[in-house]
Design a protein around this ligand. Structure first.
Ligand code: LER
Ligand code: MN
Length: 271
């Protein structure tokens, strides 16, 4: 398993569960200095990512890009993939493709979380699910060009009416034509929705493609009451080789949150 930490470049998301906030280059350098293997970046849009410049920064710091989030499509532009309005859906899909095109050349995945449609979305539930499936097919095809999967994140019930559990996520992915979508299992959402977090990961098996590594209260790992022993055992059991990515509130501050998580990562993966 590999370590990773989130960096947010989205001012509108201040107060949100991202660890590093203070500039792209200084955050990348801090992540590398603390020993992280990769970063996950939450950007306002593709125009905020200069692929060559980012590639140079990563190379200089000797750290990888694990993923780019698409959440700003919703948070900043109010685009969602299950919008009843077809022209808005097309804009949402185009936004996702543009993030895939920014991540792909750096060997990284795009993540669909908030863009799947929020809790209060209007429209028929079956129709919304159909629109989401269409968008995942579309993004999966685009991601294939870069030989990376598209990542889909079930969220808790207060954030979406789409998939809230790993089992629902697996059922959705199994219903697709494409086999190029994997699940992001965010331990914060799982703590709310799953009956048994470890069992859900084991049942998620080969579909588990990325982990948001966070404690029960969305603080860094070790500052809540989540039982990490069984979770790490479950991930070992499914031979999970991907990232454990710190997506947590920057508590008590960004640097300390990043230090806390890498210590916890080392403790749990090396013991
Ligand atoms: C939102 O709750 C979340 O977990 C993010 O990863 C999604 O954009
Ligand atoms: Mn998450």
């Amino acid at each position: 398993m590999k370590s990773c930490v989130t960096i947010s470049l989205v001012e509108e998301a201040r107060g949100g569960p991202f660890v590093l906030w203070d500039g792209l280059e200084s955050s990348i350098n801090l992540a590398a200095e603390l020993g992280y293997e990769a970063v996950e970046i939450f950007a306002p849009g593709p125009e905020a990512i200069d692929i060559d410049r980012l590639g140079t920064m990563l190379e200089k710091a000797q750290i990888k890009l694990a993923a780019l989030g698409t959440g700003a499509g919703w948070v900043k532009h109010r685009l969602q993939l299950a919008d009843p309005d077809s022209s808005k859906r097309e804009q949402a899909k185009a936004f996702v493709r543009s993030i895939i095109d920014a991540a792909g050349p750096l060997g990284a995945c795009a993540i669909i979380g908030s863009m799947q449609g929020p809790s209060g979305h209007t429209g028929d539930a079956d129709e919304s699910r159909k629109y989401l499936a269409e968008a995942l097919e579309d993004g999966a095809e685009q991601a294939k060009r870069y030989d990376v999967p598209l990542i889909y994140e079930p969220l808790n019930r207060y954030e979406t009416k789409q998939c809230c559990t790993v089992a629902e996520g697996v059922a959705l992915l199994e219903s697709l034509q494409s086999d190029n979508v994997r699940l992001l299992c965010d331990l914060f959402h799982m703590n709310i929705e799953e009956q048994d977090v470890s069992k859900a990961l084991i049942e998620g098996g080969k579909w588990v493609g990325h982990i948001h590594f966070v404690d029960s209260n969305r603080r860094p790992v070790g500052l809540g009451h989540m039982q990490f022993g069984p979770i790490i055992d479950a991930l070992r059991q499914i031979n999970y080789q991907g990232y454990l990515c710190a997506e947590a509130f920057p508590y008590p501050n960004p640097e300390e949150a990043a230090r806390q998580t890498i210590r916890a990562f080392q403790y749990w993966t090396q013991s």
